[in-house]
Write a protein that binds this ligand. Structure first.
Ligand code: CP
Ligand code: NVA
Length: 285
């Protein structure tokens, strides 16, 4: 089984994964040999801090090994992607890839007989959202019935949040400028950030300029400022951001540094959630 969008998992599977991730966070030593001898190959077409480090650290904690490959120092990007993957999979038990287009992650999954995890593409970021659901559950003790408001660009993180929140019985409101709406359908879609944050338990944002959109930066900087998460918009909700954050743009210092901000728990939980994901993909699903 592959994880490309988060649509692949049922609510029950996500629940099981989050329980295992909680347990791994609580007693990591019980899992030191769970993936002994297994090899994770990590393919990066774009840069990363959290995804790379959390996957590699997680695999080592499970007794396995991780190999990092990028497009610059390998033949990836030169030859047909599927041919390169058919070779790499002979050395790997499981693969993850961060690529520009969703078509590339589909090509990788199509060429590999081993499980493939999408570590971010232009449309989806499922690993991030598994860690986010874990973080929200950790904070509120539940997911069902909570409301998440996402402000800003209707990007890969927003699309996957919509899938994840709806699957887990949460309500999701999204406020974006006109023309920047997500592909997936939230419960409430508006251009008004004040309307979106009404009754929100979680306020979430992400960069206004994702990797690959650098040429649009100037235009986006003029359009997005009304969607900045301020103390007023945050209200009593917790603040979430996948990071890296651009302080003073999508979020103020005051908000990201406040007690309501759980951004570093989110970053830590990437590792726990991905450890649980790799174990489930290799042993159960
Ligand atoms: N949130 C996230 O995916 O971070 P990196 O780009 O640093 O991996
Ligand atoms: N939307 C951002 C997320 C980075 C983790 C991007 O794709 O660049």
């Amino acid at each position: 089984m592959d994880l490309l969008t988060l649509k692949e998992l049922t609510r029950e599977q996500i629940d099981e994964l989050l329980c295992l991730a909680d347990e791994m966070k609580r007693v990591p030593e019980n899992y030191y040999e769970t993936l002994k001898g297994k090899i994770l190959v990590m393919l990066f077409e774009k840069t990363s801090t959290r995804t790379r480090t959390s996957f590699e650290a997680g695999m080592v904690q499970l007794g396995g090994h991780a190999i990092y490959l990028d497009w610059k120092s390998t033949q990836l990007g030169k030859a047909k992607l599927a041919d390169e993957i058919k070779c790499i999979e002979r050395y790997a038990d499981i693969m993850m890839a961060r690529v520009y287009t969703h078509e590339s992650i589909q090509e990788i999954a199509g060429a590999s007989t081993k499980p493939v995890i999408n570590a971010l593409c232009d449309k989806y970021h499922p690993c991030q959202i598994l860690a986010d659901l874990m973080t929200i559950r950790e904070h509120y003790g539940k997911l069902e019935g909570l409301t998440l408001a996402y402000l800003g660009d209707g990007n890969n993180v927003c699309n996957t949040l919509i899938i994840g929140c709806k699957k887990m019985g949460m309500k999701i409101n999204v406020a974006t400028p006109k023309g920047y709406e997500p592909l997936e359908k939230p419960d409430l879609l508006t251009n008004n950030p004040k309307e979106a944050v009404k009754g929100a338990d979680v306020v979430y944002t992400d960069t206004w300029v994702s990797m690959g959109q650098e040429e649009e930066k100037e235009k986006r900087m003029k359009i997005f400022p009304p969607y900045q998460v301020t103390k007023e918009l945050l209200g009593k909700a917790i603040f979430m951001h996948c990071l890296p954050a651009y302080r003073g743009l999508e979020v103020t210092d005051e908000v990201i540094d406040s007690k309501q901000s759980v951004v570093f728990d989110e970053a830590e939980n990437r590792m726990h959630a991905q450890k649980a994901l790799m174990v489930k993909l290799l042993k159960e699903w």
